[in-house]
Ligand binder design. Structure first.
Ligand code: HEC
Length: 155
């Protein structure tokens, strides 16, 4: 291992601290600051892929099943990992997450699971090659984003 990469690794390990906290049932040793950055970044990535799907739905770009599948796959993966960013201690700071997301852990988890379920259905639709099903799933995905934002995100 080079000196540079060893230094980088040492820096990363030191930055994580030793505390093991549990947020939304997921263990994390990352700091609240890192968690906030991660969840915002994840949301931005989700937004990118949703825009691709919405643009196809609206005819703003050609409908392409392969592109749809790629976006759906990415969303399915994001739906699994984004929730890791909501750890205890990350209620305050540069965040729009409402305290409710931490108080009502079951409600928040349900919103996460809804998103996971809709993303899975989008992947299944893409794999089936049924364009009608693919199109119909886009509004369902949007509802799973909005449903969570309405309850757990400030304006
Ligand atoms: C389980 C709840 C939940 C789901 C599902 C969810 N979001 Fe979010 N989203 C949030 C919360 C909470 C925030 C506020 C994050 C913060 O500031 O800490 C947020 C923030 C955002 C932001 C702003 C990010 C930033 O840079 O500040 C965007 C964009 C976004 N979400 C897009 C989406 C899209 C698109 C989807 C669906 C594909 C989605 N979200 C699904 C809860 C959710």
């Amino acid at each position: 291992m080079s000196i540079v990469s060893r230094r980088l690794l040492t820096g990363l390990v030191a930055g994580t601290g030793l505390a093991l906290s549990v947020g939304a049932g997921i263990a994390s040793a990352q700091t609240p600051q890192q968690a906030i950055q991660f969840r915002k970044g994840s949301m931005q990535v989700q937004s990118w892929h949703m825009r691709t799907l919405v643009q196809m739905l609206k005819g703003q770009r050609p409908f392409d099943a392969a592109v749809y599948l790629r976006a759906a796959n990415a969303l399915e993966a994001m739906a699994v990992t984004t929730a890791e960013g909501f750890i205890p201690g990350s209620e305050t700071g540069e965040t729009r997450t409402l305290p409710e997301a931490f108080k009502d852990a079951a409600g928040f988890r349900a919103a996460v699971e809804r998103f996971q379920g809709e993303a899975k259905k989008a992947v299944a639709a893409a794999r089936s090659g049924d364009e009608k099903a693919m199109r119909a799933q886009v509004p369902e995905l949007i509802k799973s984003c909005d449903g969570c934002h309405e309850r757990f995100r400030s304006k």
